[in-house]
Design a protein around this ligand. Structure first.
Ligand SMILES: Cc1ncc(C[n+]2csc(CCOP(=O)(O)OP(=O)(O)O)c2C)c(N)n1
Length: 630
């Protein structure tokens, strides 16, 4: 049977299809999504939930002239399939392949790139105002989930949009879920709409009565008014109306015809911003994902090796649980990532002391600061990339007041397939710039335990950054120990060169040292542990003695650990030292498997060894180093 999807090269091709054809297309798209995401990994459930919504948007609006701005961009796979990227779809999230998010450089149908949440309404409002100032006449639509709409930026943008009254359409894709169930007062309000049976009964009845009438005729419109009057009585539409929006909904997000009617009405209504409340089912049409939307939010790629060693995230959560048992004032805060941070074990035992604050990184940090002022010990469990959102809160609310908040920073360094928006490659740079903050990274999962224990005892703010990886499989202390702040350790002795590594780079640095030894170069390897304060005694002592220093970090070179060490050496007036920094260049690191990217940037054992050899010009590097894997 010929597949309709194979004939869709642009949104214009959708406009010829009948309702039956559209239903067939939706099911072909779902098949494609399941096949490609099962192989490559990605955001399956979110995408399955918006198939009909995406089709309807592209039939009613005229992209790229009209701008469709997807919040987060993780649910834009159908949009990609319908906007000329079908043939490259199998490369989704692969090295050099299609991005898992929207991306301006990828297509003119992506008017705004994303990856981080809650930006769509601000960006769309900017576009709408630009249109008005240019006397142009296109439509701008922001599509935002009920999770992302809880983010501060989204609320700030709605506030301004309602105030300006500019023509803007916000589609609220409400599936009741962020990654986990959406939390907060706004979520409760939306739940009321979703579950109000009285409203749905009336709506069903009027739908049956009106199904015979052509939409748009007078009776149809009158009935819509009666329905919305009734809705106003029982449902919290007032919030949106008071914010200056015209509220439409709730709309069945899997009924293309109903969606098209609502989108057309919103498109043709030119007086105010409109919010269309669309109800969808996350994972729709694929039973495993409908049944477990949390797991299927983001699934791993097929070839991911079965995990036997606990991840850093798991060890973090297990250690936090132990510490929470000992300290009744320890509290944990997560901005909408309890799964990623493996916090369910802590939440199960201490539901009162684990706070999912929604996709609200800034609030998470200042909320922690408030708790710390009252003698509590907050751990903010957060991904490196999302902590960027809260830079001023770390600086102004926590560190300036020297409040003892712990930042447990997951996904530090190269994260892989999620790509440019999600790499955790900036945190050493932006954190070491902040006074009072201790910045650390463990060499293995046992050291993570120790650093967490140290941080919880610290009277100052402390950050611990660890990677998105399984641990190294080392034995875990049964009793927790602390580590002296600012102290590194020598883990291998050698006279020819000193390699200062931190965090995830310590293990490959050690491996590189063994490879160098087989070429008669003996390296000292230091596990630095702290990017701030630096172990100046150790570093200066080594520099005096060895004179060749190589610094390795999985962070951008600019402002990172290496640049702090360089500044220390310069300040100490050291001369005659050869210094080489290995890290990431001044660019956004593309997507690709972690091992591909680590090899590309010389951050694996082979790359480190090769770069060490450049400090020995008398040796021909290419003739040396038969590194494993060659
Ligand atoms: C600033 C930020 N914090 C956290 C995330 C991680 N994240 C990605 S999607 C998502 C849930 C989004 O929920 P919602 O907007 O309701 O969309 P759904 O997946 O349910 O369709 C979260 C928390 C992110 N992308 N950006």
């Amino acid at each position: 049977m010929s597949r309709l999807l194979d004939k869709i090269d642009s949104p214009a091709d959708l406009k010829m299809l009948t309702q039956e054809g559209l239903a067939q297309l939706a099911s072909e798209i779902r098949e494609k999504l399941v096949a490609v995401v099962s192989a490559n990994g990605g955001h399956l459930a979110s995408n399955l939930g918006v198939v009909e919504l995406t089709i309807a948007l592209h039939r009613i609006f005229d992209s790229p002239r009209d701008k469709i701005v997807w919040d987060v961009g993780h649910q834009a796979y159908t949009h990609k399939l319908l906007t000329g990227r079908r043939q490259r779809f199998a490369s989704l999230r692969q090295y050099k392949g299609l991005s898992g998010f929207t991306c301006r450089s990828e297509s003119q149908h992506d008017p705004f790139g994303a990856g981080h949440a809650s930006t769509s309404v601000s960006a769309a409002l900017g576009m709408a105002i630009a249109r008005d100032l240019s006397n142009d006449d296109y439509y701008v639509v922001a599509v935002i989930g009920d999770g992302a709409i809880t983010g501060g930026m989204a609320l700030e943008a709605l506030n301004q949009a309602g105030h300006l009254g500019s023509r803007l359409i916000v589609v609220l894709n409400d599936n009741g879920m962020s990654i986990s169930p959406t939390v907060g007062a706004l979520a409760k309000l939306l739940d009321r709409v979703r579950f109000d049976h009285r409203y749905h009964q009336v709506k069903e009845r009027s739908k049956r009565l009106l199904s015979a009438l052509p939409w748009g005729n007078r009776l149809w419109r009158a009935s819509q008014q009666v329905e919305s009057g009734f809705k106003g009585l029982i449902m919290p539409t007032t919030l949106w109306e008071e914010l200056g929006f015209t509220y439409m909904g709730p709309i069945d997000g899997h009924n293309i015809r109903e969606l098209e009617i609502a989108l057309t009405q919103a498109r043709d209504y030119r007086l105010k911003p409109t919010l269309i409340h669309v109800i969808t089912t996350k994972g729709k049409g694929y039973l495993p994902a409908e049944g477990d939307a949390v797991y299927f939010h983001g699934v791993p790629a097929k070839n991911t090796t079965a995990k036997v060693i606990p991840t850093y995230s798991e060890v973090f959560a297990q250690t936090t649980l132990r510490l929470a048992r000992e300290n009744p004032r320890l509290v944990v805060i997560t901005p909408a990532m309890p799964e990623g941070n493996c916090l369910s074990i802590v939440e199960a035992e201490f539901p009162q002391r684990v706070f999912d604050v929604g996709i609200c990184e800034q609030h998470a940090v200042t909320f922690a600061a408030g708790l710390a002022t009252q003698g509590f010990k907050p751990i903010v469990a957060i991904y490196s990339t999302f902590l960027q959102r809260a830079f001023d809160q770390i600086m102004h609310d926590v560190c300036l007041q020297d409040l003892p908040v712990v930042f447990a920073i997951d996904r530090g360094g190269i994260v892989g397939d999620d790509g440019k928006t999600h790499q955790g490659t900036f945190d050493f740079s932006y954190l070491t710039a902040i006074p009072n903050l201790i910045v650390s990274a463990p060499k293995d999962e046992n050291e993570l335990q120790r650093l967490l224990y140290t941080a919880v005892k610290s009277p100052h703010p402390m950050a611990i950054r660890y990677p998105r990886n399984p641990g190294l499989g080392v034995k875990l202390d049964t009793e927790l120990h602390s580590i002296p702040i600012g102290k590194g350790e020598i883990i291998r002795q050698g006279e020819d060169v000193a390699i200062l590594a931190i965090g995830v780079t310590v293990a490959p640095a050690l491996e590189a040292a063994e490879e160098l030894a087989s070429n008669n170069i003996e390296a000292t390897v230091v596990n630095a542990r702290f990017a701030k304060p630096l172990d100046s005694e150790l570093i200066i002592g080594l520099a005096n003695h060895i004179k060749r220093i190589v610094i390795v970090e999985e962070n951008i070179l600019s402002g990172g650990f290496g640049s702090s060490v360089g500044a220390l050496l310069q300040k100490s007036g050291m001369s005659n030292i050869q210094v080489k920094s290995i890290g990431l260049p001044d660019e956004f690191i593309e997507q690709g498997a972690q091992d591909i990217l680590r090899a590309k940037y010389g951050l694996d054992a082979k790359g480190i060894a090769q770069q060490v050899l450049t400090l020995f010009p008398s040796l021909d590097a290419s003739s040396l180093l038969m590194v494993k894997g060659d």
